[in-house]
Design a protein around this ligand. Sequence first.
Ligand SMILES: C[S@@+](CC[C@H](N)C(=O)[O-])C[C@H]1O[C@@H](n2cnc3c(N)ncnc32)[C@H](O)[C@@H]1O
Length: 286
Amino acid sequence: VAKKKSTENTINQEKNKKIDKYELYENSVQTPDVHALWFQEAYQDLNPKKKARVLREDFCGTFQISCEWVKLDKKNSAIGVDLDSEPLKYGMNHNLSQLSPHEQKRLSLLQKDVLSVKSPPADFIFAGNYSFFIFKKEELLIRYFKRCYQSLKKNGVFLLELAGGPGMIEMSEDKRVIRKPGKKSPWFTYLWEQKRFDPVSHDLECAIHFRFPNGEYLQDAFTYDWRLWTIPEIRYALSKAGFDESHIFWEGHDEKGVLTEEYHLVEKGENDYSWVAYVAGVKRKA
Ligand SMILES: C[S@@+](CC[C@H](N)C(=O)[O-])C[C@H]1O[C@@H](n2cnc3c(N)ncnc32)[C@H](O)[C@@H]1O
């Protein structure tokens, strides 16, 4: 368990504008190019010979996946949805601005609640980084899933990223040193803390902190108050919301048992200590 620095070293983010927590977040938890490439494959696993064209990225934050999606093919378009103007603004300044004018035209942003958003029909909706765990009541989860169902085209896929296993519910702090590309010296340390888990409600509190080589510490840069949903519960909620099918993508491993970071359709999962998986709801009707 990583030891925290004393509070004297804790950075007041409001005062220290040089540190942008979204830049740190993007560089520690996201691989948007990998996700965007895989989405087309996942769509085709469920719809052979068809292609997804319109992606909606829910809880999009700085919407890096949407940017990668429009870069992949000139027929692709993306819609990013997030409630908060702060990550959207960061994404406009740092990600949207890197796209060509043609790519920018194919990306739209909606500063809306995913529970009430009305968006153009999509082939593929993605809810990444466990973000739908914010809906703690089954009724809210089903309401969100219904909204997604209504926003999908025929054969549309709604993909939810989730995590689980014993490693997800124990109180722990994991750390990873992050370096800038091509640099040997550490840029910062990313810390993931699981603060509290209640086995009765399945409420889970987590936080992301960042520590810098000069000893400064950005505590609770991001905090999460979640309900840890299980795969069977999510499948039930998808069926209640009208989805015709649900499928599970699980991480593969090579002949030595090493995880490959590639996800495949499965009927059964592995009882790993901690795992990330994807549940896909499919809408077959028009
Ligand atoms: C954990 S971040 C995920 C960011 C990004 N999608 C990723 O994968 O790293 C959650 C995001 O969801 C947004 N959010 C939370 N509740 C929301 C809601 N009801 N509707 C839309 N966005 C919401 C927050 O503003 C935040 O940007």
